[in-house]
Design a protein around this ligand. Structure first.
Ligand code: PEP
Length: 255
């Protein structure tokens, strides 16, 4: 049985002191939850404070991005190794906002996954189609091509260190959630693809989160789908109470 994994992406929200307050709230709100992996992704500026607040708790910390190199003349960037040394566990890679506003390509995503794994971070890799692509009936094809490009050249023994996050672009921050059936169709297709490409343990162990307007009200029905193994949560992760409600829903479904 795959353990659920709920991650909160704080994006470019909260100052270091606001992040510290939210981390403290989550520390006590989530301390009793068992059987679910939990992470939050603050801004780089707040990451040291948040890792300190959440040290020795059940809430891990994720970066929102990593650079492809370990160090060097790359102004404004932070490497996987640096995040790791600050106590970070995961790295979100290929979020649609990075693909859109920073022109990150599938090949950049692949290199960043390799950099994260080399630097000791566990990648959370985002894939998802736009509304136009869904309306043109291309959702599965687009997502599988992003997945194939993302994992190209990743050694077999490292594949299950990756969490995939299916995030339809039209559902992110819009309040329009994919229906549980729409999400399950894509998650099932991703798992089937891994089953065709690799030994069966990879498809069985690979965790696939759903992301896109996940809220306390819709979490349980989405998480009840057989191939949805957690959630990547944006807006609803900025408040301890709503994030806790989503994590609690996960624990009730598969804790
Ligand atoms: C996200 O940005 O990954 C996300 C899913 O955001 P929201 O939950 O706000 O749609």
């Amino acid at each position: 049985m795959r353990r659920f994994f709920i991650a909160g992406n704080w994006k470019m929200n909260k100052t270091p002191s606001e992040s510290s307050i939210l981390a403290n709230e989550l520390k006590s709100a989530l301390s009793d939850i068992e059987g679910v992996d939990i992470a939050v992704a603050p801004t780089d500026l707040a990451i040291t404070t948040v890792t300190q607040r959440l040290q020795h708790t059940n809430v891990h910390v994720s970066a929102q991005n990593v650079h492809t190199e370990s160090s060097g003349a790359y102004t404004g960037n932070v490497s996987a190794e640096m995040h790791r040394s600050a106590g970070v566990t995961y790295a979100i890679i290929g979020h649609s906002e990075r693909r859109k506003y920073h022109q990150e390509s599938d090949s950049d995503v692949n290199q960043k996954i390799k950099a994260a794994l080399k630097g000791g971070l566990l990648p959370i890799v985002c894939v998802g189609e736009t509304l136009e692509q869904r309306q043109a009936d291309q959702a599965i094809q687009v997502v599988l091509s992003q997945v194939a490009a993302a994992v190209e050249g990743i050694p077999l023994d490292q594949l299950t260190s990756i969490t995939l996050a299916y995030e339809p672009v039209w559902a992110i921050g819009t309040g329009h959630t994919a229906s549980p059936e729409q999400a399950q169709e894509i998650h099932g297709a991703i798992r089937a693809w891994f089953g065709q490409q690799y030994p069966s343990f990879v498809a069985q162990q690979l965790r696939i989160q759903y992301g896109g307007s996940v809220k306390p009200a819709n979490a349980a029905t989405l998480l009840s789908q057989p191939d949805i193994d957690g959630a990547l949560v944006g807006g609803a992760s900025l408040n301890a109470e709503s994030f806790k409600a989503i994590v609690t829903a996960a624990a009730a479904v598969r804790g």
